[in-house]
Design a protein around this ligand. Structure first.
Ligand code: HEM
Length: 420
């Protein structure tokens, strides 16, 4: 028995935890807000779970994104920690693995090509892709929304935007499928997929240099800042991170978001009624709330202390890895009223689902566009959509960074019958 009223520390990274990590995060926020733990890979890291500490850590330039600052790696040489990005240089020298001034230069260049305006122009295409995918199952009366909808939509969308020709997009679907199924670091089948993607992107960039178009890859090649351009390798790494950062995240926004709506019928009905009246304001606040409530990125990507520092009252040694738990921060009662309740109309909602600081999600406008289009179109076309599984039987992917469902079985009245 415990001496005091403090309940025992929860087990982290078990299957039960993957299904519902929120009670464990509530314990950490309260009892050990900057918590040292051993990750499943064996690496020791600090978990930051309070909103105020999380926001501070995300913006703290003493926390580097570059894995060379990891103490274990410095002690044992490369490749020991299993931290993605420490091998396979080239494609891995991307925004999420670098610090200023390199980060500043690359981010400025990509921002010239990947603009909110370009995303807004892309809206009709996202709608078309969404409708085409729903056409594929609308008359069946049942579907697995992850495989048939949430998974293909972002990959086709980003391929289209980059300028990958339609006949090659299914290759990307396969490579991305391999990465999402086997997650984590570049090993085995995943390593082969990364290699194929790298070869393909290098060739595509070369082709676009000779025959530029209106696509994003041509935009990346053209982008210049004070006479500086991206090198071919930088452009390939940039295309890769756009694909990689924009893919599984958006799958999970659509998957977790739809699931949360199905589990909260009053909220879903409210949204459906608003949409039926042509009011899209609840859709806009709703997608933000879904990101806060059960967002795609559970832990922000790796950070390493470049010097000893104190965070949330805890001393962190130079070289220690720090993981900011976005999912825990976004349920912090110190910041959000009634944090475990889904409230699609929530206004005061500065969630950390897209991160914060210089690494704030570059793709947020595209993610919002895809999330809003996907959810609104699903609810409009399949108005009686319902879960076709016991929530207890649903399986969540056990990866460290992302939070998402493996499958999301649903049923509904086939579209043809309500048109009749
Ligand atoms: C960075 C979340 C979709 C591209 C980030 C970060 C988060 C995030 C939390 C910061 C990570 C950190 O600081 O460690 C999300 C979520 C998405 C989403 C929740 C979907 C709902 C996208 C899309 C794209 C994208 C669609 C592009 C097509 C990026 C890039 C970065 C980034 C390039 C790195 C930015 C930098 O380091 O400067 N995202 N993302 N993301 N995201 Fe997203």
């Amino acid at each position: 028995m415990h001496q005091n009223d403090t309940p025992p520390a929860p087990d982290l990274f078990t299957w039960e935890f993957a299904a519902d990590p929120y009670p464990a995060y509530a314990w950490l926020r309260e009892h050990s807000p900057v918590h040292r733990t051993t990750l499943p890979s064996g690496v020791e890291a600090w978990l930051v779970t309070r909103y105020a500490d999380a926001r501070q850590a995300l913006a703290d330039q003493r926390l580097s994104k570059n894995p060379v600052h990891h103490s274990e790696q410095a002690a044992h040489g490369k490749g020991k920690t299993g931290i993605p990005g420490e091998r396979s240089a080239n494609l891995m020298t991307h925004l999420l693995n670098i610090d200023p001034p390199d980060h500043t230069r690359l981010r400025r260049l990509v921002s010239k090509a990947f603009t909110p305006g370009r995303v807004a122009e892309f809206a009709p295409r996202v709608q078309e892709l969404t409708d085409r995918l729903i056409d594929g199952f609308a008359d069946k009366g049942e579907a697995d929304l992850i495989h048939e909808f949430a998974f293909p939509l972002p990959i086709y969308a980003i391929c289209d935007m980059l300028g990958v020709p339609p006949e090659d997009q299914d290759d990307f679907r396969d490579w991305a499928g391999m990465m999402i199924r086997h997650g984590g670091g570049p090993r085995g089948g995943v390593a082969r997929s990364v290699k194929k993607m790298r070869g393909y992107l290098a060739e595509l960039i070369h082709r676009k240099r000779n025959e530029p178009g209106e696509d994003l890859i041509s935009g990346l090649i053209r982008a210049s800042d004070h006479g500086e351009h991206l090198t071919e390798n930088e452009a390939a790494a940039m295309a890769f991170i756009l694909l990689f950062a924009g893919f599984e995240t958006t799958v999970n926004l659509i998957g977790n978001g739809t699931y949360a709506l199905l589990r909260n019928p009053d909220q879903r009905e409210r949204l459906q009624n608003a949409l039926a009246e042509g009011d899209e304001s609840l859709l806009a606040t709703g997608v933000e709330e879904l990101l806060r409530y059960d967002g795609p990125v559970e832990l922000a990507t790796w950070r390493f202390a470049t010097r000893a520092l104190t965070l949330g009252g805890q001393r962190i040694a130079e070289g220690d890895p720090v993981l900011v738990v976005l999912a825990a921060a976004d349920r912090d009662p110190e910041r959000f009223a009634d944090p475990d309740t889904l409230d699609l109309a929530r206004r005061d909602n500065q969630h950390l689902g897209y991160g914060h600081g210089i690494h704030y999600c570059l793709g947020a406008p595209l993610a919002r566009l895809e999330g809003r289009t996907a959810l609104a179109t699903l609810l409009r076309r399949l108005p009686d959509l319902r879960l076709a599984a016991d929530p207890e039987d649903l399986r969540w992917r056990g990866g460290l960074i992302m939070r998402g469902l493996r499958t999301l079985p649903v049923e509904f009245t086939p579209e043809a019958s309500h048109a009749a």
